[in-house]
Write a protein that binds this ligand. Structure first.
Ligand code: PAF
Length: 281
């Protein structure tokens, strides 16, 4: 079974125009490849709700903070195509750099506020890169619905805001984080973990669950955070970039889960940056 790979905007637009002319609903699943069950759950959701499904694969240089991180990012196009084959998607859009950012490309899409905190604070420019490429993917695919994993919770908030602010005719559909059996959130970056680090990586989720339970029991956030960080350090995590309780609607910092809240974390283990988030309450 082969997948219909499309590499140019012109070819993609031709297909999408025909689908829209036939009154079909088009869904898009934007990815950077190295597909795992998390991505495939998005494809499954899109297939259930849309007449046509496009998966995009583009490792977006604008959202990486270091050349080394960009270079190390896993690229597994053949394997990705093999994984997508059983889903019978209608197009796998794999543009190259020139297609996405032609000579003279000079526009940046930037969402204020939401992007100053969490990953945005430690990865300057990251969300501008995400917002710019996602806006392009939306306008290139002209999809009606776009599927994003809640593992990148802040990204979902940013993309939802930009679609609303720019009146983009697309519905953003957040989908739950998919986890390994031991609780580790699925991520393409997990491929970079050594065998030893992979054993300890689920501690991030466990420490967050423990902290969330403590918060719900009325515990002090500073004490609970200190205990969680100590637990992570014992597991070999070298740096916790953030471990914050934030409001679901605007990501403002909270002390208590007295409104719909999310615990969000980013931490380094053996040279790999892991992020995760869970609902609190
Ligand atoms: O979540 C990702 O894989 C990327 O940030 C996205 C949305 C495909 C944009 O490059």
């Amino acid at each position: 079974m082969s997948v219909p790979i499309i590499r140019t905007v012109a070819a993609l637009r031709e297909d999408v125009a025909a689908w829209h002319k036939a009154g079909e609903v088009v869904g898009v699943v934007p990815t950077m490849g190295a597909l795992h069950q998390g991505h495939l759950s998005l494809v499954r959701a899109a297939k259930a709700e849309c007449d046509r499904v496009i998966v995009t694969i583009f490792v977006n240089p604008k959202q990486f903070n270091s050349a080394e991180d960009l270079e190390n990012y896993p690229r597994t196009e053949e394997e990705d195509a093999r994984k997508l084959a059983p889903f019978e998607v209608d197009a796998v859009y794999v543009p190259d750099g020139a297609q996405m950012y032609p000579e003279g490309f000079a526009t940046t899409v930037s969402v204020a506020g939401l992007t100053d905190v969490l990953c945005g604070a430690v990865r300057p420019g990251h969300f501008d890169g995400v917002s710019t490429v996602v806006t392009k993917l939306f306008t290139q695919t002209q999809a009606d619905r776009a599927y994003f994993g809640e593992k990148d919770y802040q990204q979902v908030q940013v993309v939802t805001r930009l679609a609303r602010d720019l009146d983009l005719p697309i519905t953003i559909v957040p989908c739950p984080t998919i986890r390994e059996e031991d609780g580790l959130a699925m991520s393409s970056r997990n491929l970079l973990l050594s065998d030893r680090a992979r054993v300890w990586a689920p501690e991030l989720h466990r420490a967050m669950e423990e902290m969330a339970a403590g918060l719900l029991a009325g515990g002090d956030i500073a004490e609970l955070r200190a205990a969680a960080i100590a637990r992570l350090e014992r597991a070999g995590f070298t740096k916790v970039e953030y471990l914050d309780l934030r409001a679901c609607d605007d990501l403002r910092l909270l002390e208590k889960p007295d409104v719909p809240a999310r615990l969000l974390a980013a931490a380094w283990l053996a040279g790999v940056r892991l992020i995760d988030n869970i609902a609190v309450g």
